[in-house]
Ligand binder design. Structure first.
Ligand SMILES: Cc1ncc(COP(=O)(O)O)c(C=O)c1O
Length: 396
């Protein structure tokens, strides 16, 4: 066989999102694109802010000699300084450029962090439902995923988290605003989580790192702000990107920021920079680093997302779906009206409605609906959603 047994196994348990994408292609070929209501992808449909295009034009018109060469594996000092000056202001902590490593998106950043932290067999706790790639990222670096279910409204269940910690626990990954639920974790909850990890780490004689995956941090609604993990826990590492907030997922630009007062912070950063290099990323894309340095306070049009959230949430509730109203990201995670979420997803397909089963995120019994799509798709999907709800006896 051309590929390893392990990868063959991963392929066989294929990603639901990819499966649904293929199903969408099949349905679009039969019915036409405007008759298929595809809520499966997390690829922003909005354009980057105008300031990004200006910065790009400017970089092309006024090239700096050497701007396409290798640089420090951590990234340009000016970019790291620009990132940390905003972080220092937002979190009220003494960040310096040395506390940031520029990465190939959040996905690249998570791999760098896990490579740096994990010994073979170390455990990494993830809170279900979760971004499915975590499983593969942890496996990439010899770790073992331990799943812990979230509690009511998809907030972390701290008792369950405490019960899952063992002498092999090395890190906990959280993601807020969350993919797939859209939920933002509360400040009290993060503070308590910080106290829990501190106490358990002390008792076990080893630091338990909190890795906060935050690519949706700026995509929040209703005037809320994402609470700071840095203020909640000293051994925290934020991994983020501009894939969503500047709508640049194809450009692969993000960063890792470590708590400036963490124990052994310089050694940790040295490890991160080494792993950024030796995983073959070498450094984050040079041109993007130049551009995002001046865009740290920019973001895409959040109102457009909020409008779509409201439209889709209201439609689903009207048709009898049980769904937590999300305050961030661009996903909804309703309860499946059928006990088997895969069966529900297949039933929805009959109406050309494409959604992803909760099983694909480690939480069967739910399904994910993504609304980073054209608003017209949500409007056009209304009769199909209504017919689906009628078939399932949710409305008369
Ligand atoms: C929760 C979460 N983490 C990480 C990523 C990866 O983002 P990036 O494009 O920055 O690698 C995504 C992408 O959808 C995501 O939803």
């Amino acid at each position: 066989m051309a590929i390893s047994k392990k990868i063959a196994g991963f392929l066989a348990s294929a990603s639901w999102i990819r499966k649904m994408f293929e199903e969408g292609e099949r349905l679009r070929a039969i019915y036409g694109a405007d008759k298929v209501y595809d809520f499966t992808l997390g690829n922003p449909d909005v354009e980057p802010p105008a300031a990004f295009k200006e910065a790009l034009k400017n970089a092309a018109l006024h090239p700096v000699p050497g701007m396409h060469r290798y640089m420090s594996n951590a990234g340009y000092p000016e970019t790291r300084a620009a990132v940390t000056s905003v972080l220092a202001e937002e979190h009220g902590l003494p960040f310096q450029a040395k506390h940031v490593v520029m990465t190939v998106g959040a996905g690249g950043g998570l791999n760098v962090v896990l490579k740096t932290l994990l010994d073979e067999g170390d455990e990494v706790i993830v809170l279900a439902p979760y971004f499915v790639e975590y499983k593969f990222y942890v496996d990439n670096h010899g770790g073992r995923v331990v799943e812990v279910r979230t509690g009511p409204d998809f907030q972390p269940d701290l008792e369950a988290l405490a019960a899952a910690i063992t002498p092999r626990t090395r890190a906990v990954i959280i993601n807020s605003p969350n993919n797939p639920t859209g939920v933002v974790y509360g400040e009290n909850c993060l503070n308590e989580m910080g106290r829990l990890l501190e106490a358990r780490g002390l008792a076990l004689g080893r630091t338990i790192y909190l890795i906060s995956d935050e690519p949706y941090a700026k995509i929040v609604y209703d005037g809320i702000q994402v609470p700071s993990v840095f203020r909640a826990y000293r051994s925290s590492i934020v991994v983020t990107s501009h894939s969503k907030d500047l709508a640049l997922p194809g450009e692969r630009i993000g960063y890792i920021a470590v708590h400036p007062q963490m124990e052994d912070v310089d050694l940790l950063v040295e490890g991160l920079v080494f792993c950024n290099r030796t995983l073959g990323f070498v450094n984050a894309p040079a041109l993007m680093q130049r551009l995002v340095a001046g865009l740290q306070r920019e973001k895409v049009d959040i109102d457009a997302y909020r409008e779509k959230r409201d439209l889709l949430y209201n439609t689903l509730v009207e048709f009898g779906f049980d769904v937590v109203r999300p305050q961030g990201a661009f996903y909804l995670f309703p309860r499946s009206p059928l006990p088997d979420d895969v069966e529900f997803v297949r039933t929805a397909q009959k109406y050309n409605v494409l959604v992803v089963p909760g099983s694909g995120f480690g939480l069967p019994g739910y399904f994910r609906v993504s609304y980073c799509i054209n608003k017209q798709v949500i409007i056009n999907a209304r009769p199909a959603l209504e017919a689906l709800a009628r078939e399932l006896g949710m409305i008369k």
